[in-house]
Design a protein around this ligand. Structure first.
Ligand code: C2O
Length: 499
């Protein structure tokens, strides 16, 4: 693990987490990358050094700290072409930000094209000295972080129009097996009988969602995407690309080995089949052997019953009729251009990042590029955003992630009902299928351009995104941003005259 003030070197390396060798894009030389650990209130100074050598994506990169609000530091959000230019080969960029009023489970990943699918992903945990649920568990350390990732044997397609890939393996904490591949060792999570564990489950997926279960054990959900929930007992949970949950598990079963399963939806390869999609929960004193457990979940958390999760105490601006601005953004797929469109426009990255367009004086959404994909939002208002779903034939359901905020989920996509009373807060929610309509509320209290996009990375690459430019032109609510030469050092020919 690394601390809040660290270098993070991005490099290419041949790895074989499932027994198949391929060149990957890695943070710190491992998959997943090193866990970044800090505490509520910390200032992070993460210096990302680009040492890429493979000749893809111009050997560039940028890193997004998924779920971190970047309060007053939009310029540290790491989103290529939204908040900065990609970091060029042999260059570095210092991400300097405070995590003042947040704690929980986050992650980091490349935010350049589909680069994170090639490996650049890792866990980011902000521990909370004020954790109100501390009394519920005994252990919460690096051994209780569980990352779920889809893994591919071919490099990610980056050209617009590239067809989505199907994943070969699910990696749990960086280990997994593929069909007809070698029986490589699986990840083992070691526990002691009678202790209570806070597991932090992170779906660092490019595409599939996972059904997560630990055979024979109950999971008490206490956190969703960096926000506390009212404790909810389940025995499995569905987790979409970008989402995180903390669950408390009591090691209250006989000493033994138990399967941990993360079955992907149909865009991965579901099923068990020789240890696929699996890891092992091992009690101290149990033999070093594969589990022989079987389990059928009867009490799952799914997005259709997301309203079983409540927001425990945060008073909200989520009451019926309490929105200042209502926005509806429908998406479609254009089979002629082979792009997704949101309200009729595909997101095609601009050459000058949206933040730098704003800093150079562009005042209104109409003038900001990409044309039609940037929505300007007034400051300190309650925004209600609805995102109607579409069918599986258009790649649905789509897990949408909003940068810079958590939001209240007044309706999750797969649910027919609204909760205006105590809706769960989180930062990624799925739109559901054709009769779905995910509806979220957030407050525009954070200046800058923020990405809203489908976290299925193939879909983002095909344009399934918009930018909310918050509080234009009063970007003075932001801390002083780095200069053009820091945000876009290798792109001087693009520099607007005003900067
Ligand atoms: Cu984890 Cu823009 O995303």
């Amino acid at each position: 693990a690394i601390g809040p003030v660290s270098d993070l070197v991005i490099s290419n390396k041949v790895i074989s987490p499932d027994g198949f060798e391929r060149s990957a894009v890695l943070a710190g030389g491992t998959f997943p990358g090193p866990v970044i650990k800090g505490r509520r209130g910390d200032r992070f100074k993460l210096n990302v050094i680009d040492s890429l050598t493979d000749n893809t994506m111009l050997r560039s990169t940028s890193i997004h700290w998924h779920g971190i609000f970047q309060d007053k530091t939009n310029f540290a959000d790491g989103t290529s072409f939204v908040t900065q230019c990609p970091i060029a080969a042999n260059d570095s960029f210092l991400y300097d930000f405070r995590v003042s009023n947040q704690a929980g489970t986050y992650w980091y990943h490349s935010h350049l094209s589909t680069q994170y699918c090639d490996g650049l992903r890792g866990a980011f945990v902000v521990y909370d000295p004020l954790d109100p649920y501390q009394f519920l568990y005994d252990v919460d350390d690096e051994s209780t972080i569980i990352t779920l990732a889809d893994w591919y044997h071919a490099p990610a397609p980056s050209a617009n129009g590239g067809l989505p890939l199907a994943s070969q393996a699910t990696l749990i904490n960086g280990k997994g097996r593929y069909p007809n591949g070698p029986a490589v060792p699986l990840s083992v999570i070691n526990v002691k009988q009678h202790k209570r564990y806070r597991f932090r489950i992170i779906a660092m997926s490019c595409d599939p969602s996972f059904n997560f279960v630990i055979d024979n054990h109950t999971l008490t959900v206490i956190e969703a995407d960096g926000e506390y929930t009212t404790p909810l007992e389940v025995d499995s949970l569905q987790i979409y690309a970008g989402q995180r949950y903390s669950v408390v598990m009591k090691a209250n079963q006989p000493v033994g080995n138990y399967w941990i399963r993360a079955n992907p939806d149909l865009r991965g390869l579901p099923g068990f089949d020789g240890g696929r999609n699996s890891a092992i929960l091992r009690y101290a004193g149990a033999p070093v052997a594969d589990p022989t457990t079987n389990y059928t979940s009867t009490n799952p958390l799914k997005e259709v019953n997301l309203h079983a999760l409540f927001n425990p105490w945060v008073p909200g601006r989520h009451e019926v009729g309490g929105a200042d601005v209502n926005i509806n953004i429908a998406h479609t797929f254009n089979f002629n251009t082979f792009h997704y469109e949101m309200n009729g426009k595909p997101f095609i990255p601009p050459t000058v990042p949206v933040l730098l367009q704003i800093l150079s004086g562009t005042q209104s959404a109409q003038d900001l590029l990409p044309a039609g994909s940037v929505y300007s939002l007034p400051p300190n208002k309650v925004i209600e955003l609805s995102l109607p779903g579409t069918g599986v034939e258009l790649g649905g359901p789509h897990p949408f992630h909003l940068h810079g905020h958590s939001f209240w989920v007044v309706r999750s996509g797969d649910s027919p009902t609204y909760n205006y009373k105590n809706p769960v807060r989180r930062d990624t929610v799925n739109t559901g299928l054709a009769d779905g309509n995910a509806t979220i509320r957030f407050v525009t209290d954070n200046a800058g351009p923020w990405f809203l996009h489908c976290h299925i990375d193939w879909h983002l690459e095909l344009g399934l995104a918009v930018v909310f430019a918050e509080d234009i032109p009063r970007t003075s609510q932001m801390d002083p941003p780095p200069s053009w030469d820091q945000l876009c050092p290798k792109y001087n020919s693009l520099k607007p005259d005003q900067l």
